[in-house]
Design a protein around this ligand. Structure first.
Ligand code: ADP
Length: 392
C-alpha cells in the first residue's frame, strides 16, 4: 500500500510517500517556516537530491497544498494518508480513521497542544477536501501510553481540577516507543518481555513497556516533563514556575519559553542544543559541556530506574533517535550506571553501532539485552494506515 505520511509540527511539515510492503520511500520532503512569507519547500524523489525553493507558507493548509501539488506531478499513486498528531488527549487509545467525529475530538483536545494540533487538523482537513475518496488516519503520539495504570497517569492535584481541565500524564513519542517494541520483539522473540525504550533526541523520553503494554513514561501532561532535553528542562520542582513569576517578575509566556526553548543541553552547555557541538567542545575539555552530558546521562539513568521499577524489572533496553542512535558515549555512560543490574555492554559493538540499523550492543552474558534500534515513525504511521483501512 502506498501511504503518504504527513508530520506537521508547529512551524514545519515533513512528508514521506512510502510503500508499506517494501518500505521503499518514493518521495519525501519538508516545508519549513510555516507562518512566514519566506518559507522553504524541499522535495526529493527515489532517494535523489533534494530540490529546494522559497515559497510563502502563511499556514499549514498552504504547506500541505504545495506538497500535494508536487506529488501530483509524479506518477506515484497514493492509497491512503497517515497524519501524526501530537496530542490525542483522553479520546484516543489507538490510531483512528478520520471522520467528522474524530476531527471534532482532535480539536477538542487541542488546548493541550495548541502549537501542534490546530496545524495538524488543518492539514487533515485539506487532504479530506482535496481527495475525499482517500482514507486519512490520525496517529497520535499519546495513544500508546493510554494503557498506563491510574497510579501512573494521575497527578496528585485536586480531582475536580484534573477532571475539569483533563490534567494527567499523557506522554509523547508513543509512535517511536511502539516501533521500538515491535522491532525488539521481532528480533528477540520470547526473550523480550520487559522493555525500557530510550528515545533520546532533541526531545527525549523513556517508556516502560511490558509485553507491548506501556506501564509508564517520562513525559507528562506535555512533552516538557521527564528527561533533560535539547532545550527543555525536563522535571524540576514545579514551584520553580511560581517562584520565577513571583520573585523574578517573569510572565507566564516568558517562563514557558524559558523552560521549553532556553533550557536543557542548551542552557547547561551555554553553546548549543546540538549534541554534536557539545561533544566537540567536551572533548576539548569544556567544563560546561562535560557537565551537560553528565547531567543528561545522570537524569536519564535516574528516571530509567523509576521506569524499571514500574514494570518490576527489565530484560531489554533499546536506544533510539539522534543521540540514542549516534552517541555511543551517552549509551556507555547510561549503561555503566546499571552494572548493578547486570547490564554489560560490549564496547566495540557499542562504538560500531553508529547508524547501522538494529544492533545488539550488550556483551555475552549480560543480564539485559541492550540494542540500538533506529526509530521509523513514518513507517509505523504508514503501517497503521494499512492496519486500519485494508479491510474496508
Ligand atoms: P528530534 O526529532 O527530537 O528533533 P533527533 O532525533 O533528530 O531529534 O535528534 C537530534 C539530536 O541528535 C541532536 O542533539 C543531535 O545533535 C543529535 N545527533 C544527531 N546525529 C548525531 C551524531 N552523529 N552524534 C551525536 N549526536 C547526534
Amino acid at each position: 500500500m502506498n501511504v503518504l505520511v504527513v508530520n506537521a509540527g508547529s512551524s514545519s511539515l515533513k512528508y514521506q510517500l512510502l510503500d508499506t510492503d517494501t518500505r521503499e520511500v518514493f518521495a519525501k520532503g519538508n516545508c519549513e517556516r510555516i507562518g512566514s512569507d519566506m518559507g522553504i519547500f524541499g522535495h526529493s524523489e527515489n532517494g535523489g537530491a533534494k530540490q529546494t525553493e522559497e515559497v510563502p507558507f502563511p499556514d499549514h493548509r498552504s504547506a500541505i497544498a504545495r506538497v500535494l501539488e508536487e506529488l501530483e506531478k509524479t506518477d506515484f499513486t497514493i492509497d491512503g494518508i497517515g497524519h501524526r498528531i501530537v496530542q490525542g488527549g483522553w479520546h484516543f487509545d489507538d490510531s483512528a480513521v478520520v471522520d467528522d467525529e474524530v476531527m471534532a475530538e482532535i480539536l477538542e483536545v487541542a488546548p493541550l497542544a495548541p502549537l501542534h494540533n490546530y496545524g495538524e487538523a488543518a492539514a487533515i482537513e485539506y487532504c479530506r477536501e482535496k481527495y475525499p475518496e482517500l482514507p486519512n488516519v490520525a496517529v497520535f503520539d499519546t495513544s500508546f501510553h493510554m494503557t498506563m495504570p491510574e497510579v501512573a497517569y494521575t497527578y496528585a492535584l485536586p480531582k475536580d481540577v484534573c477532571d475539569k481541565y483533563h490534567v494527567r500524564k499523557y506522554g509523547a513519542h508513543g509512535t517511536s516507543h511502539r516501533y521500538e517494541w515491535m522491532m525488539a520483539k521481532e528480533i528477540l522473540g520470547s526473550r523480550c518481555h520487559r522493555l525500557l525504550s530510550c528515545h533520546l533526541g532533541n526531545g527525549a523520553s523513556l517508556a516502560a513497556i511490558e509485553d507491548g503494554v506501556c506501564r509508564d513514561t517520562t513525559m507528562g501532561l506535555t512533552p516538557l516533563d521527564g528527561l533533560m532535553m535539547g532545550t527543555r528542562c525536563g522535571s524540576i520542582d514545579p514551584a520553580t514556575v511560581c517562584y520565577l513569576q513571583r520573585e523574578g517578575g517573569y510572565s507566564y509566556q516568558e517562563v514557558d519559553d524559558m523552560m521549553n526553548k532556553q533550557s536543557g543541553l542548551l542552557a547547561i552547555s551555554g553553546i548549543s542544543n546540538d549534541a554534536r557541538d557539545i561533544r566537540t567542545r567536551a572533548s576539548e575539555g569544556d567544563e560546561r559541556c562535560l557537565l551537560a552530558f553528565d547531567m543528561f546521562a545522570y537524569k536519564a539513568m535516574q528516571q530509567a530506574g523509576s521506569m524499571i521499577a514500574s514494570m518490576a524489572g527489565v530484560d531489554t533496553i533499546t536506544f533510539t533517535a539522534g543521540i540514542g542512535e549516534n552517541d555511543w558515549s551517552i549509551r556507555k555512560a547510561f549503561c555503566d550506571c546499571f552494572e548493578w543490574l547486570g547490564v554489560r555492554i560490549d564496547n566495540n559493538k557499542n562504538r560500531e553501532a553508529v547508524g547501522n540499523g538494529p544492533q545488539v550492543i550488550s556483551a555475552a552474558g549480560s543480564a539485559v539485552t541492550v540494542m540500538v534500534i533506529p526509530t521509523d515513525e513514518e513507517y509505523m504511521i504508514a503501517h497503521d494506515v494499512e492496519r486500519l483501512t485494508k479491510n474496508n
